[in-house]
Design a protein around this ligand. Structure first.
Ligand code: ADP
Ligand code: MG
Length: 682
């Protein structure tokens, strides 16, 4: 059919006035009548409704959106005019018809020249958003003689279109024009960047991204880290360099509608049959072990780490208290270990199987790194860019080479791991982004290999406050053990030879993925027995720690609660059982017996995680005594060299220990430097 603007408008007015939904309600008529009570300037139309009403019109809209959408907007104003002419007049210029749920979705990777100037639907992750700026849409120019000429700023160029000639009859001015900013019409304008979602990315490919223009009332409808469906028109934009446009164009999407992808739509991916399969699996004897054995079947052994990873992927629900504060439900785990022990392999697997999983390196590949950054675009706009933990909001961030992270991230990560937000205040942008993510991190030892004779903090270059925000920490050591070596070798060789897993995982990849999505919606209740188990273990830990130590903090108890709830979810327990609690206690206990062992006494001492082992306490006191003797009555400064010599005479210290104790005293502010190499007690 041949469509004219007037015809399109008439058909669409009829549609808005007469369309009845399944409840026999005048769906769009109602929406139009509700506009005056809101700040909305959008009329949101389901594409399928239009398709059902007039297939031909709907198809033509997709092919020639510019022509059709402006007629649609006119139709919307005309419909509103019947209801409320005063209001229609007020928002005449701003009212937009926005389309959701187009019948076909294109991947960002699939956007080619064939999509240019077409209306498309894409899904993606918002990685950047700019500040808001006013954009001139109808510029008023005042000529030398004071007449005004309006020039509509259409098209994709970035430069302001100027009049060629004053429009006032008899004036004829062609050169001297000045912009009148009071008479010029502006709209709100924002640029966001949308990137392919990791789960839709073909393996081994770099994600494709697009700049998207948002105008009018849809600005600020998405934040960095959000996942969105986006309806828009693909435009080719010429780049202007030194006043010349180039042959090579940039593509950009002009957004028509932005809609958040909800968690719920992900949950709907689990079908009835899958739900039945999941329930059957969970009821089998040994279900938990089967599930653990299904995690990363390419990796031999590592059952403990696989169990921990499974619990992390499932997590526990976040709780909001009556005063609005929240209790973190996500579990954070750190793996420290020798190279070549499949740490990276496990992280990559988790990023693939966990919903909203993301794999990244501590070094980060963007300016935003692990948290967020403010960057300046070529066009001078300030952009807020989301880093890995924000992009993995409501999911799992697998961070490899965690010890190599940048200093900015090191300090900003405390907030992520406790408050689960990232705050930014830079370059005029002030924002708090959500980072409700679980962190599975892997770090390499400082000396390349884990030194079993040293405590964890000497093995891994991470600050104490970060370390203590992990619910579980594991040390993975590559020990020569012939039986184990043979098993790993056979496992790897078999996989190569047969291109399959030596022993098939009890639950295959796709179902495990669905399993995790499914159980994440459960909210098991803590029983009295489970509570007793957890609290008695916690109190035992507190009692065993020496009285002047505060190392065992309530954080440990919170960690155990999260782990036991995750385990209950996995087995579809409506209530957290004593057995679930015992599993959590067991994991914490296994960790303490490795990570928290003070290598100088070979005893479990949680203090080593805080760089305050009991064994060093005696040393610190001895060192302080020596220092006091050296300063004497007159309180003169002590030279470090002299201190080391003196301290060696006590016979309690090696030179290394003496230096360490001295550094600790300095760092903790017990002593301070008066001039180079000379110290005084504070
Ligand atoms: P890391 O990150 O700990 O340095 P990687 O994950 O890069 O180690 O592992 C190195 C290689 O060794 C990978 O190809 C991995 O599959 C293999 N590998 C190491 N340990 C195992 C294991 N237990 N089972 C199977 N493959 C293993
Ligand atoms: Mg690695």
């Amino acid at each position: 059919m041949e469509y004219t603007e007037a015809k399109v408008k008439d058909i669409f007015v009829d549609f808005l006035k007469g369309y009845k939904d399944e409840k026999n309600e005048l769906k769009y008529r109602i929406q139009v009548s509700q506009l005056p009570g809101t700040t909305s300037r959008s009329l949101i139309v389901d594409y399928s409704d239009l398709e059902g009403y007039d297939t031909d019109l709907a198809t033509s809209l997709v092919n020639e959106p510019d022509l059709f959408l402006s007629s649609f907007d006119d139709a919307a104003v005309e419909t509103l005019d019947i209801e409320n002419p005063v209001y229609a007049d007020k928002i005449r210029k701003e009212l937009r018809v926005r389309l959701r749920d187009l019948s076909d979705r294109v991947s960002l990777r699939g956007v080619t020249k064939n999509e240019l100037n077409k209306l498309i639907l894409v899904a993606g992750m918002v990685t950047r958003t700019s500040e808001l700026r006013p954009l001139a849409v109808n510029a008023a120019f005042r000529c030398f003689n004071g007449h005004i000429t309006f020039i509509e700023q259409t098209g994709s160029g970035t430069t302001l279109k100027r009049p060629i000639k004053c429009e006032t009859e008899g004036c004829g001015e062609t050169k001297n024009f000045e912009l009148d900013d009071l008479k010029t019409e502006f709209i709100d304008f924002q640029v966001i960047k949308v990137q392919e979602m990791p789960e839709e990315l073909p393996p081994g490919q770099l994600p494709q991204s697009f700049d998207v223009n948002l105008t009018g009332d849809i600005v600020n409808s998405a934040r960095p880290g959000d996942r969105v469906f986006l309806t828009g028109i693909v435009k080719a934009e010429s780049e202007n360099i030194g006043g010349y446009s180039r042959k090579l164009f940039n593509s950009r999407i002009e957004a028509n509608y932005v809609e958040q992808i909800s968690k719920r739509s992900e949950e709907q991916q689990v079908s009835r049959e899958e739900e039945d399969a999941i329930k059957t699996l969970a009821a089998l004897p040994g279900a938990y072990d089967r599930l653990v054995a299904s995690v990363a079947p390419a990796i031999f052994g590592h059952e403990l780490h696989k169990e921990a990873a499974l619990l992390l992927m499932v997590g526990s629900p976040q709780k909001t208290l009556p005063d609005g504060s929240t209790l973190r439900g996500d579990i954070n785990i750190l793996l420290v270990g020798d190279p070549g022990t499949a740490k990276s392999e496990l992280l990559k697997y988790v990023a693939r199987v966990a919903p909203r999983g993301l794999f990244t390196s501590g070094r980060g590949s963007t300016a935003a790194g692990l948290t967020a950054a403010v960057v300046k675009e070529k066009n001078g706009m300030m952009m807020l860019e989301a880093g890995a933990t924000v992009l993995a909001d409501l999911g799992v961030a697998c961070i490899d080479e965690f010890d190599k992270m940048r200093d900015e991230d090191r300090s900003a990560l405390h907030e992520v791991m406790e408050q689960q937000t990232v705050s930014v205040a830079k370059g005029g942008i002030i924002a708090t982004l959500n980072a409700r993510t679980s962190i599975l991190a892997a770090a390499n030892p400082v000396d390349g290999k884990y030194d079993p004779y040293k405590n964890i903090l000497e093995n891994v270059a991470l600050p104490v406050p970060l370390l203590t925000r992990f619910d579980l920490i594991f040390i993975i050591r590559d020990e020569a053990d012939q039986a184990m070596d043979e098993s790993v070798a056979r496992h790897i060789l078999d996989m190569r030879a047969k291109s399959s897993f030596p022993t098939a995982p009890p639950i295959e990849f796709e179902l495990l993925k669905k399993y995790i999505i499914y159980v994440k919606r459960l909210d098991p209740e803590l029983t009295e027995e489970a509570r007793n188990r957890l609290s008695s273990y916690y109190i035992k830990l507190r009692r065993e720690a020496s009285p002047e130590q505060i190392s065992v903090t309530p954080r440990w108890l919170e960690g155990m609660i999260r782990l036991s709830i995750a385990r209950a979810r996995i087995l579809l327990h409506p209530r957290v059982t004593e057995d679930d609690a015992l599993h959590a206690v067991n994991l914490i206990d296994r960790m303490l017996r490795t990570v928290a062992v003070d290598q100088s006494t070979k005893k479990v001492d949680v203090g080593v995680l805080y760089n305050k082992p009991i064994s060093e306490k005696g040393l610190r006191e001895a060192a302080l005594d020596v220092f006091k003797t050296l300063t004497g009555e007159s309180k003169q400064p002590v030279e470090d060299k002299v201190f080391y010599e003196e301290i060696a005479k006590t016979g309690k210290f090696t030179r290394e220990q003496a230096e360490k104790v001295f550094q600790d005293m300095w760092k903790s502010g017990v002593i301070y430097e008066v001039r180079a190499h000379f110290f005084k007690k504070t």
